[in-house]
Design a protein. Sequence first.
Length: 206
Amino acid sequence: MAAVGILAILFFILQADRIGIEPSPAKGSAFGSVRYESGALFFPADDLESPRHRALANYLSRRYKVAYDATEGLVGAAFEVGQQVGLDPLLILAVMAIESRFNPIAESVMGAKGLMQVIPKLHRDKLEAHGGEDAVLNPATNILVGARILKEYIRRTGNLEAGLQLYAGALSDTSSQYAEKVIAEKERLRQTLRRYELSIPKGPQA
């Protein structure tokens, strides 16, 4: 699994021209500026360097054996897309964790691809604006499209648990195992932020 982080970074660099990613030499900005057909999605340096984001990136890097530079970029992407789509960025990160363990070229036997395991043939309409089905392996496009699908499913089913089950194609599973896994990972991410906040020295009381 340690190779996943290296593979991810090599993938971003080697595919830069094809998928629209500009690698940056600066520390902690392996994703650089990610361009969409409809505009630019830029992860501001302040976001990438924020202590809260670094705490999350450190946790994900250790837990999933992925290079820190890759997880730092993914945290920035999740917060950017979460704001754009209207989803909790911790939920987006949790879905990526369960779906692909942050492997940008993961592919399932059902044809689901990328970080959020989007099935291109089922979501051609959402991928069309980004260049078609091949865009599913653009990490930024994959995160954005996956988040939009999840948002739609939550709205359609009326609650988070059912929306997650529909996302996994397991709506009929009464045990809701997939949703429980995602929600548990989201809670671990929340606890990571909580531990960071508790570690911040308190200023002198007035």
